[in-house]
Design a protein around this ligand. Structure first.
Ligand code: TYD
Length: 203
């Protein structure tokens, strides 16, 4: 049986984690092995890069290169080997996040990011990307209710997240065959139903 590569995207506070938990449980109950992972991170080197990315101030160029350094390691050492073993890979964020945050949010060149993507990943892409769409105001309320300190990205204002959201939506609309856009302000059960409708033919 073939593995599948599913990614979850959306602005901070969109509520991805709960839905990833539910999907993982469901896929495992069907007898598949799930490799659950995240970006930035997912490998020993990637988790170290994550620590730098979330804590240190740096230029958008440095940031973009570090996200791709972590991603190159992640794809080569973790995601592709798991898929080759027939596992399902579920990742909390992947390449679309760089287009949304660094290109949409911070104004990095999309062409440079495309060049990095071609270099590090070739044409490697998820089978399905679930985009959690939520207004920046609703996401900020959810983040505020969460325990713990904000990281460098979560501390950005609503204007930034409005740009990130718009970039995600634009990308999703141009790639309807890969993206599922869910309204993350709906009840969690309804969000999960939408994901299930997409995934169940593969189970
Ligand atoms: P995430 O793990 O979703 O944060 P948290 O654990 O707090 O939910 O992601 C960390 C942050 O990194 C998030 O704000 C989005 C940002 N990010 C980018 O800016 N570009 C990227 O390419 C990726 C993968 C994440």
């Amino acid at each position: 049986m073939a593995g599948r590569f599913i990614t979850f995207e959306g602005i901070d506070g969109a509520g991805k984690s709960t839905q990833i938990d539910r999907l993982q449980t469901l896929v495992e109950a069907s007898g598949r092995v799930v490799c659950r992972t995240r970006e930035p991170g997912g490998t020993p080197v990637g988790e170290k890069i994550r620590g730098i990315l979330l804590a240190e101030d740096m230029t958008p160029e440095t940031e973009t290169l570090l996200f791709f350094a972590a991603r190159a390691e992640h794809a080569a050492r973790k995601i592709r080997p798991a898929l080759e073993r027939g596992e399902w890979v579920i990742s909390d964020r992947f390449t679309d996040a760089t287009y949304a945050y660094q290109v949409g949010g911070k104004g990095m060149s999309g062409e440079r990011v495309e060049a990095l993507e071609r270099w590090t990943l070739g044409g490697f892409e998820p089978d399905l990307t679930v985009l959690f769409d939520i207004s920046p105001a609703a996401a900020a309320r959810r983040l505020a209710a969460r325990a713990g300190a904000e990281d460098r990205f979560e501390a950005m204002g609503e204007d930034f997240f409005a740009k990130v959201r718009a970039a995600y939506l634009e990308r999703a609309r141009r790639r309807p065959e890969r993206f599922l856009i869910v309204n993350a302000e709906l009840a969690p059960e309804l969000v999960f139903d939408a994901i299930l409708r997409k995934v169940s033919p593969w189970l």
